[in-house]
Write a protein that binds this ligand. Sequence first.
Ligand code: XMP
Ligand code: MG
Length: 183
Amino acid sequence: MDASDAGTDLDHVLFTEAQIHDRLQELGDRIWADYKDKDLLLVGVLKGAVLVMADLMRTLPGSAPMDWMAVSSYGSGTKSSGVVRILKDLDTDISGKHVLIVEDIIDSGLTLNWIRSNLLSRDPASLEICTLLRKPDAAKVAIDCRYVGFDIPNEFVVGYGLDYDERYRNLRDIGTLAPHVYS
Ligand code: XMP
Ligand code: MG
């Protein structure tokens, strides 16, 4: 990757870093109001949710532990396969805990749907989902998501942890990729 990539490969910015931070603060306020008296465990999905987790947890006025899970659903392309495999499981026993899954994006919903049922089988006290982005027009399964940052059109986006073939995760804003990147 060279320094000019972001300038030529991005089509347009959807959300700036400041807009993302403002929205995460609003979600964090709601989350804290809902969970302040509960045994909350934040569960992030690697790798895309790393930056969402980092910024969301710092909006909380108190501390909550985090754990991570890694699954594979995409190869290097842009379409969900629907086949999910656990690459890294949680370190924590979640039974009796109030689990909040922290995600970067819900596209078809297939990945999160699978993660959700997998975690539910481990008897958490409750299980809710927080996602920064959601593509309503791409949904293949309905997912009940309590905290949603932004609904976006059905376009592939990168930045703020989101990648295309492991690139662009470091961009501070979220934007769409120019068509030439895919070809
Ligand atoms: P599904 O379709 O199963 O996809 O909901 C979930 C996972 O796929 C990745 N994903 C994206 N990554 N830009 C990305 O960089 C996108 O527009 C996009 N759509 C889906 C992401 O890892 C998500 O957790
Ligand atoms: Mg993800």
